[in-house]
Design a protein around this ligand. Sequence first.
Ligand SMILES: *Cc1c(COP(=O)(O)O)cnc(C)c1O
Length: 421
Amino acid sequence: MDHFLYRDGILHAEDVAIPDIAHTVGTPFYVYSAATLTRHYRLFTEALAGVPHLVCFSVKSNSNLAVLKLLGDLGAGMDVVSGGEYRRARAAGVPGERIVFSGVGKTGEEMALALEGGIRQFNVESEAELRALSRIAEGLGLQAPVTVRVNPDVDAHTHEKISTGRKEDKFGIPISRASEVYALAASLPGIEVVGIDVHIGSQLTDLAPFEAAFAKVAELTRQLRAEGHDIRRLDLGGGLGIPYTRSNEAPPLPLDYGALVKRTLGDLECEIEIEPGRLISGNAGLLVSEVIYVKEGEEREFLIVDAAMNDLIRPAMYGAHHDIVPVTEPAAGAASSPYDVVGPICETSDTFARQWPLPSLAPGDLIAFRSAGAYGAVMASEYNSRPLVPEVLVQGDHFAVIRKRPDFDEILARDTIPEWL
Ligand SMILES: *Cc1c(COP(=O)(O)O)cnc(C)c1O
């Protein structure tokens, strides 16, 4: 459920009419619903009620400071994958003790930043990283709290590019080598082992791979404890999928996911950490765009809109689908026709949907891409010198621009022409 509904024939974000935002901000823009973000975060805290837990929002899915502040104020922790995301979480007021640091390629500089600024734990992905982290922590006179990310070798049955838990993926250490790697961790002076980490992929639409992974984590917890390690936290990663089309997808609910966590890991007396991104932010955002032209092709009609692959790259990069809806609600029973919805960029991959049914539209009409709150604005670029797409947050009947569209003076000022040219 989200808070983007038609009211009096006009699409609203909570109590704000989308055209009102478009008039103020111009198009294209992202709009997020505070009530939806809040609701989705609470679904997880409610699902894990009864076991000690921390829901760490995956900052890479949506890193706007206002979004982080909203979730942080509700009590959320943050899962960051770079020094930049760490800075964002801190700038949004999230204390270090609620931030976990994931990622396969943390640099020494990033490690020092988090160690000095305060960090809940590092989710370490290799022996080389363990050694580097130990050295840096020691140099600062500190001990780094650590979980090791294990790769349970389960297939998440998700998209090739976002699957992370198979043997051939680059993430974590093989679970068969965990004993050895934890022994190394325990021997390093700058490292304090606090738990185990696992994350098997994104956009999972089935609980079975989670169940298989969690069963392996439970077994590993018992084994590592028997080997003398103080396993007190289990970080289960993110990955729960969302419906990208309203019609036929029904991914598992956070409540069922929570029940699975309790059933498979509840008796271990560990603190449970989860790192959902997409499920919190995905359906809390729309990308709103204006029709520039309707072009009659030989075999199809193209809707050329002012949003492009640089603003929302998921269709071009993953073949992802986003439902597209008109901002003015079609009259009941009104005819629809199939459009190819495309952006203005000179690449065929700048196509959002083919043969997508929409009512008859004209230049100036607004459309909205649904489920665009995760991996949307964060992956945007200025390809084709199109200004970075702005972001808006709605709460009740008011809205605010939470990232403005840069003007061309700012854009051009970022480049420098050397004086010898
Ligand atoms: C991407 C990622 C997440 C979030 O995944 P979602 O599918 O958005 O929930 C969580 N943890 C790690 C380590 C990730 O890489």
